[in-house]
Design a binder for this molecule. Structure first.
Ligand SMILES: [Zn+2]
Length: 450
């Protein structure tokens, strides 16, 4: 990475009369007319080269076309020699897009640099990258508005603002050129189809723009904090304490009210934890090369932190003790994730999977634990009954549901009046293991290498 930036700096100092030709050689991104950016053609060359040279980790798909028929290139980056994590569980899923606005080239480049960081890191045997790619799928669409990119304009070819064209409170605010209807444009329609069909369970969505030096989380539509404010605030505090002082705010208050954006759609419809990364426009100027490198470097550090810790951006309920006693169900529930959940229930099914009983709902706060006591008056136990916990990954209504089996060794059925004794020593061990893992996952993000 630092090698690349050095190459950029040298290239920029060498430019006196900028050549209109951009090549796909070492030294990307190049500068044209005081901007550093890929054209659609050079991006096409680069992503194909990545896929050709790294078939073990890079899949390249065209997931649609722009209004003028340019391909929407999607990179799927993971260790494709294994379908799941080593323990058999599903890999984490991260979704990233860039280039909604064709004249915000640094946003597009940040998506490019993110893909490059993981592809080159894998090739160089970097341990933190290998750990991410064996446990995580990165889906990266670098340039959504390829037509606007090559015309150096905010709009697509129909003069629509693609980041006001999403089907979440579309055209319900003061919007400029949001299109004739939600998803009227082929670019946004393709993006939403990919979200719904391929990555509905993603636990992180980042969309790249430029404008001001800030990271934005939902909502753009409303000034209120989002339902998952605990998760967003803990990420904000962690990033600001350990990685970068970049402001992190909800979009409506941090920037200005907006609606029909991919960020609000990603959170409000898909239920993803979603961030807009912004880099300031004046960083395009040739005289601010150092600052640009530093700032892009800081944003990459934040990106790596969000990706490395994606496992934490949802509720992760673990049942430590589970006891049916008389007409009560008592459970010690730990949340290892950094998102709260508010609609959890215990399900009891027979061996055919038929639901026989479910508890009333309960909530568990982020990084918290609760002793849950529920009424179980109507519960009738059967042979080979199966207990599971059913809950939403985050508080937002649209977040996905998970159904996870409760380890049968935890379950005690007790009709006597013995008191319920949790196992504090086990719990403390488990909690400290988890916090140690979290610290070690993020420690590499603290040194700025760019
Ligand atoms: Zn933008």
């Amino acid at each position: 990475m630092s090698r690349l930036i050095v190459a950029i700096v040298i290239a920029s100092l060498a430019v006196t009369s900028a050549s209109p030709m951009v090549t796909a050689q070492v030294g990307q991104p190049d500068i044209i007319q005081e901007h550093w950016y890929h054209t659609y053609t050079t991006l096409t060359l680069d992503v194909n080269e990545w896929a050709d040279n790294n078939p073990d980790i890079v899949k390249l798909l065209s997931v649609g076309q722009t209004e003028l028929g340019r391909n929407l290139w999607m990179l799927q980056i993971s260790d494709w020699s294994i379908e799941t994590k080593l323990d058999g569980s599903d890999k984490e899923v991260v979704y990233i897009d860039g280039g909604h606005h064709g004249n915000e080239h640094l946003g597009t480049e940040l998506a490019f640099l993110t893909a490059e960081y993981y592809i080159e890191g894998w090739a160089n045997g970097e341990q933190d990258v290998i750990e991410v790619l064996t446990t995580t799928e990165l889906h990266i669409l670098i340039m959504l508005n390829a037509d606007g990119n090559d015309f150096d304009t905010r709009w697509n070819v129909n003069q629509v603002d693609l980041n006001r064209n999403y089907d979440h409170y579309w055209n319900t605010c003061d919007s400029t050129q949001p299109g004739s209807s939600a998803f009227s444009e082929s670019e946004t329609l393709a993006n939403s189809i990919y979200m719904n069909d391929v990555v509905p369970h993603a636990d992180l969505y980042i969309t790249m723009h430029t404008g001001v030096w800030i990271m934005l989380y939902p909502w753009g539509k409303w000034p209120e904090q989002p339902s998952d404010w605990e998760m967003y605030h803990s990420i904000r505090d962690d990033v600001n304490s350990n990685i970068s002082e970049i402001p992190i705010r909800n979009a409506n208050q941090g920037l200005y009210p907006n609606c029909g954006t991919s960020r609000d759609y990603g959170y409000g419809v898909m239920g993803y934890p979603t961030f807009t990364f912004e880099t300031d426009d004046e960083q395009f100027l040739l005289g601010t090369v150092e600052s640009l490198s530093d700032r892009l470097g800081e944003e990459l550090d934040v990106m790596e932190y969000l990706i490395e810790n994606v496992w934490y951006w949802r509720a992760r309920l673990v049942i430590e003790d589970f006891e049916i006693r008389g007409n009560q169900l008592e459970a010690h529930v730990i949340n290892l994730g950094h998102a709260s959940t508010s609609n959890a229930t215990f399900h009891y099914t027979n061996s055919n999977g038929e639901l026989l009983w479910h508890s009333e709902t309960f909530g568990v706060n982020a990084t918290n634990e609760s002793m849950i006591v529920l009424d179980s008056t109507n519960l009738s136990l059967v042979d080979n009954g199966i207990w599971s916990i059913h809950y939403q990954k985050r508080v937002i209504d649209s977040s996905k549901w998970v159904d996870e089996l409760i380890d049968s060794s935890m379950i005690q059925i007790d009709s006597s009046s013995d008191s319920f004794l949790p196992a504090p020593s086990l719990l403390i061990q488990l909690m400290s293991l988890v916090s140690a893992a979290f610290v070690s996952r993020r420690k590499n993000t603290n040194n700025s290498e760019l």
